[in-house]
Design a protein around this ligand. Structure first.
Ligand code: ZN
Length: 305
């Protein structure tokens, strides 16, 4: 009996030594990786692409709004708040995205030393026009504030990339040369994308496309086309609104309604069948920004009326 207890006690002490040894090693490696790579937090997937294009794998990117979630309603989880408290930099979109309004209140307490970069600095925000009916354009009560979707136009993204670059150099000055070269290469790609989309949409200036969620205001503005939105101030349209939209689509000969995942498509499908057209999915939040936007432009080109 006594020997059994002795063995148990010995085993126990071995366990303690092993466990503490193990914990020590893990702590060391954690500290090492932390000092090697700064955590850069972004709100949406396209921003993760922009940071990675400039910084490569010199930083660790954490995304606040996961794929498929809406930046207008998503709220951060406790583990995301932990990531945020360990981050060296947060690149916010800065144009009035719900999750950022929530986070900004907490950031000063969570991580007062973190660099907060406002990607929208230098970008002129445009009004979110809820109704694009010509006769209602003068009606300011119909407008839904400023449009937060600044990243849907490549000329805005060039400014966002510039802002991200400045921030990265501030938190990681040792890699400035690499970041500058990468940034310039990506800006050249964005210029090329812009030209490619201009070619795709050549001769389409002044025509209209219909979307469920109005994420493409900056894109439309930049390329001289008109976005007609189904959703009004984040809400499903009323029966009367639906009828107005259907009338407008028929008047203009619109046959495609563009939808995005994460948003209800019930009214979109209903409108599509009323106008004898189809609902086509486009993604304003895809990570692969350049390829995606070129594809979106081609889809819009086919749906323009
Ligand atoms: Zn949106």
């Amino acid at each position: 009996m006594k020997s059994k207890i002795m063995i148990l006690m010995m085993l126990l002490s071995v366990c303690i030594v092993l466990t503490s040894g193990c914990t020590d090693t893990q702590d060391d490696s954690d500290t090492a990786s932390d000092s090697d790579k700064k955590i850069v937090v972004v709100s949406i997937l396209p921003q993760a692409e922009f940071v990675e294009k400039i910084a490569g794998d010199n930083v660790e990117v954490v995304i606040m709004v996961p794929p498929g979630a809406s930046p207008h309603s998503y709220e951060p989880t406790p583990s995301q708040l932990t990531d945020l408290s360990n981050a060296g930099m947060y690149a916010m979109v800065g144009s009035g995205i719900t999750i950022e309004d929530v986070l900004m209140e907490k950031i000063t307490d969570l991580n007062p030393d973190m660099l907060v970069v406002d990607c929208s600095e230098g970008i002129t925000l445009i009004e979110m026009v809820a109704h694009s009916h010509d006769e209602e354009e003068h009606d300011h009560e119909e407008e839904g504030g400023l449009d937060p979707h600044i990243w849907t136009s490549p000329d805005n993204v060039e400014i966002m990339v510039e802002n991200i670059y400045q921030g990265l150099v501030e938190v990681d000055p040792d890699n400035q040369e690499t970041y500058l070269a990468n940034k310039n290469a990506y800006l050249a790609e964005l210029d090329e994308l812009d030209e490619q989309i201009q070619t795709t949409l050549e001769g389409k200036e002044g025509s209209s496309f219909m979307v469920y969620h109005p994420a493409w205001g900056y894109f439309a503005n930049h390329y001289g086309i008109t976005q007609v939105a189904v959703e009004i101030e984040g809400k499903e349209p009323s029966v009367q609104d639906m009828q107005d939209i259907i009338d407008e689509a028929n008047e203009e000969g619109i046959k495609v309604i563009f939808v995005q995942s994460g948003f209800s498509t019930v009214s979109a499908e209903a409108i599509a069948s009323e106008i004898d057209g189809e609902a086509v999915e486009v993604d304003p939040l895809a990570k692969d920004y350049i390829d995606n936007l070129a594809k979106v432009a081609e889809a819009f080109e086919k749906g323009l009326a």
